[in-house]
Write a protein that binds this ligand. Structure first.
Ligand SMILES: Cc1cc2nc3c(=O)[nH]c(=O)nc-3n(C[C@H](O)[C@H](O)[C@H](O)COP(=O)(O)OP(=O)(O)OC[C@H]3O[C@@H](n4cnc5c(N)ncnc54)[C@H](O)[C@@H]3O)c2cc1C
Length: 380
């Protein structure tokens, strides 16, 4: 039987200075943003904030300089991400490009594609979205139907992508499309699609909390030039597999409820008592363990490995931790969620109570992740 591998990984001492720098920047930038808005963290879209991040050199930190990157270490990048999420910075606009589409293009994209997109992404001026899910293929991604038919000089795309985060604000989509209806996995191909192309309609979908982060994206006879095929025809499935390890293991997979955790600890500290201290100890122990696991995956990704199994473990356990936070606030404080009124604790609780159910759907559902873990362990 196979096992997980989570090598211990410490952040080097030299990252301390960077952490202080990011913290000071965020203290200033976020001081007027209410806690309930900051609770959106990596769902919050703010193009001006992304441009400031770009100017600081905090997007594309790992990428080669010739693509606008900064050739910093994986640990430097991790520190910046942690601080952004812990403070509740509105990083949604550039998050996907920085986290996964940039690395995807560095791994499989052409020189033209990289030059077209990466320098602008690193400046915080160009945003990407991920077109995987469709009306009839979410978990079963291999059932992707949106088709790209070969025509002179490129492909004609028809179909619908669903739940596409940030498509309404993005410039490009990395889309997984069916290029061969006869083959299942090997009939899928990735494309870099300019969302201004004629024939694309983007309709925002309102979520339970009243925000429109995700969208339906309809393609009708959209022409995508040959030069925008990412990797090779038929390799989309394999490429997506590598990309998902980036998507599933970062600090956003256990810090999405961090603002509520801070409010909870603040309130418990005010009340005092052993019971509260014990609970805080438990929460911190979970958080620190998840952080170690996530750091370990970051280290493996940096070594060019594909830790899909370990990333799925981080995502699944992280979602359990994040989803439990509103329950904990209710159990420990007797707090009830409020919307549009109340103090920071109650409003953040209100926002997260409505949002946490999606944490075990986005990026792969709990059942699918556990299936991957079981397969990785040789149990199915
Ligand atoms: C906030 C949010 C943002 C998102 N952003 C994006 C995005 O940017 N890009 C994108 O492409 N997608 C995005 N998604 C879509 C997300 O990836 C899908 O919702 C997810 O993969 C599940 O697909 P589905 O909604 O079609 O549900 P289904 O696949 O229909 O699943 C329904 C239920 O059945 C269960 N199930 C399905 N198959 C199995 C199985 N084989 N065994 C056991 N149980 C099973 C699932 O676990 C789930 O509970 C987003 C979703 C959310 C909530």
């Amino acid at each position: 039987m196979q096992t997980f591998r989570f090598d211990l990984c410490e952040l080097p001492e030299e990252t301390r200075g960077l952490r202080e720098e990011v913290r000071a920047f965020l203290d200033e930038e976020l001081k007027h943003i209410p806690a309930v808005t900051r609770a959106q963290t990596w769902s919050g879209h703010d193009a001006a904030f992304s441009a400031k991040m770009g100017a600081r050199g905090w997007i594309g930190m790992r990428w080669p300089k010739k693509y606008g990157g900064h050739e910093r270490s994986a640990f430097d990048r991790y520190v910046v991400l942690e601080e952004l999420l812990a403070a509740g910075a509105p990083v949604g606009a550039h998050w996907i490009g920085d986290r996964q589409s940039g690395p995807l293009l560095l791994n499989f994209g052409t020189e033209e594609q990289r030059q077209l997109v990466l320098p602008k992404v690193a400046k915080g001026e160009c945003f990407l979205c991920i077109g995987m899910s469709e009306p009839d293929s979410g978990s079963d991604l291999a059932a992707t139907r949106t088709k790209a038919e070969k025509v002179e000089g490129g492909y004609r795309v028809n179909g619908t992508k669903l739940w596409t985060s940030g498509a309404n604000e993005a410039h490009y989509m990395i889309a997984l499309l069916r290029t061969d209806p006869e083959k299942k996995h090997d009939g899928l191909t990735q494309f870099l699609i300019d969302l201004k192309s004629p024939g694309i309609t983007i309709r925002p979908i309102m979520d339970l909390a009243g925000n429109s982060h995700f969208n339906e994206v309809v393609f009708v006879d959209v022409f995508v030039p040959d030069s925008m095929l990412v990797g090779s025809e038929g390799s989309g499935w394999k490429q997506v597999g590598a990309e998902l390890a980036f998507e599933r293991s970062g600090p956003e997979r256990y810090l999405s409820s961090y603002l509520l955790m801070k409010e909870l600890i603040r309130e418990l500290a005010k009340r005092g008592g052993d019971e509260g201290a014990k609970e805080v100890g438990r929460l911190i122990a979970h958080l620190v363990t998840l952080r170690q696991m996530s750091l370990s995956v970051a280290g493996m990704l940096d070594q060019g490995e594909n830790p899909a199994l370990e990333a799925s473990v981080v995502k699944d356990l992280g979602a359990v931790f994040e989803q439990d936070m509103p329950v904990k606030a209710h159990e420990l404080l007797g707090a009830e969620p409020t919307i549009g009124s109340g103090d920071d604790l109650h409003q953040v609780l209100g926002y997260l109570t409505q949002t946490v159910p999606s944490f075990s759907l986005r990026g792969g559902t709990r059942e699918i992740l556990r299936g991957i873990i079981a397969r990785g362990l040789g149990l199915r």
